[in-house]
Unconditional design. Structure first.
Length: 119
């Protein structure tokens, strides 16, 4: 039984899962929309929304927290606090949208693909 085992493992060790989420989040923040599998998009959503919530208030503590979660990527941290955070300053949550791609665009292994984008 998977009591208290939250999240998907994607068949990877924890360090690789964290790197995967960090990489997907970096791409999402830089391009504002990405295409990935449905499972990865659903796992990415809470990770990204928590970072955007911290990015709404520009303090030293929030900058350090976001920087540590994003792997000290200064380009992404700067974009979060200068353009993305202020854009959602009055929005109470729900910063991302997941849209499933058509079935014809799925891979041969049957996985569902989706777009995840900033609203």
């Amino acid at each position: 039984m998977r009591h208290h085992h939250k999240g998907r493992s994607f068949g990877r060790p924890k360090s690789q899962r964290d790197a995967l989420l960090r990489s997907l989040a970096r791409s999402l923040f830089l391009h504002e929309t990405i295409s990935t599998t449905d499972a990865k998009a659903r796992e990415l959503r809470p990770f990204v929304e928590k970072i955007i919530s911290h990015g709404r208030v520009d303090t030293v503590a929030n900058r350090r927290l976001v920087s540590s979660r994003m792997g000290n990527d200064e380009e992404v941290v700067k974009k979060i606090f200068t353009s993305i955070g202020p854009r959602y300053a009055t929005r109470p949550g729900g910063y991302t949208r997941i849209v499933k791609r058509p079935i014809s665009n799925t891979a041969s292994d049957g996985r569902e693909n989706a777009y995840i984008a900033l609203v």
